[in-house]
Write a protein that binds this ligand. Structure first.
Ligand code: Z5A
Length: 217
């Protein structure tokens, strides 16, 4: 798909600092006068926020893993079509707090759904979009949950056990190795300012490369 904007995604386990750095990046772009749209997954539209609540609802913690996969894809399809693609076509920088790498990792590496199936549905829901840059904030699950003040007793996914969260971490490590051009891996156990320096370094370099390739077209 051809678009003049740039898609930046933040990935990692719970409490890794994704929301913190998405917010810092927004402030940085605003200061530079660059036009952006920021959202989160699942969420970002009324429908996707309603689906988000369903994914977390502890009453449905025993739903089938395929049902869970389709909830995330349903939420994604709505935000991508209504907000993300239009923003990219307008030339905006789109910042996403989680995208389909989370689905590959949580629903396939974590829950055990067949990876090829997950990736096929990811592409359908995302209409073939591939992020320009994926910032993977890497931290041990135990440390991240300590930062957050523990596991939320009312959150169906957080309640999936430490083995699950460990499989999630390994899943992100695997995706980062498989996609070295797209992924920036940052040790998120460092202080926030140090992590953000690396986020900005990677952003600037991808942004400049994208601008020069657009000028050549
Ligand atoms: N999920 C899925 O299964 N499949 C999918 O396809 C998608 C998602 C898209 C979304 O929940 C859940 O859905 C998530 C994955 C699943 N499941 N779980 N469990 P969410 O959006 O509510 O949860 P989250 O994405 O993990 O967000 P979070 O818990 O808010 O984490 P975060 O955004 O990465 O962290 P933060 O809020 O920026 O920081 C947490 C705290 O740590 C905060 O107090 C910060 O000030 C502090 N912090 C951040 N960085 C640092 C550093 N470097 N040092 C010290 N302290 C720090």
């Amino acid at each position: 798909m051809n678009y003049s904007g740039m898609l930046v995604t933040f990935e990692g386990g719970e409490g890794a600092g994704k929301s913190t750095h998405a917010e810092l990046l927004k402030n940085y772009l605003a200061q530079k006068g660059l036009s952006f749209f920021a959202t989160r997954e699942p969420g970002g539209t009324d429908f996707s926020e309603a689906v988000r609540a369903l994914t977390k609802d502890i009453r449905f913690a025993d739903k089938s893993k395929i049902s869970e996969l389709f909830l995330f894809e349903a939420a994604r399809a709505d935000i991508v079509e209504k907000r993300v693609i239009p923003a990219l076509k307008e030339g905006k920088i789109v910042i996403m707090d989680r995208f389909y790498d989370s689905t590959t990792v949580y629903q396939s590496f974590g829950r055990g759904v067949n990876r090829a199936d997950v990736e096929r549905f990811n592409m359908v829901a995302a209409q073939g979009l591939v992020p320009d840059l994926t910032i993977y904030l890497r931290v041990q699950p135990k440390e991240a949950f300590e930062r957050k003040g523990g596991v939320d007793a009312n959150d169906a996914i957080e309640q999936s056990g430490m083995d699950f969260h460990e499989r999630v971490r390994k899943g992100f490590d695997t995706l980062a190795k498989e996609n070295p051009d797209r992924f920036l891996v940052v040790d998120a156990s460092q202080p926030i300012a140090k992590v953000f320096e690396q986020v900005i370094g990677a952003f600037e370099s991808k942004y400049n490369a994208k601008q020069s390739s657009l000028q050549k077209e």
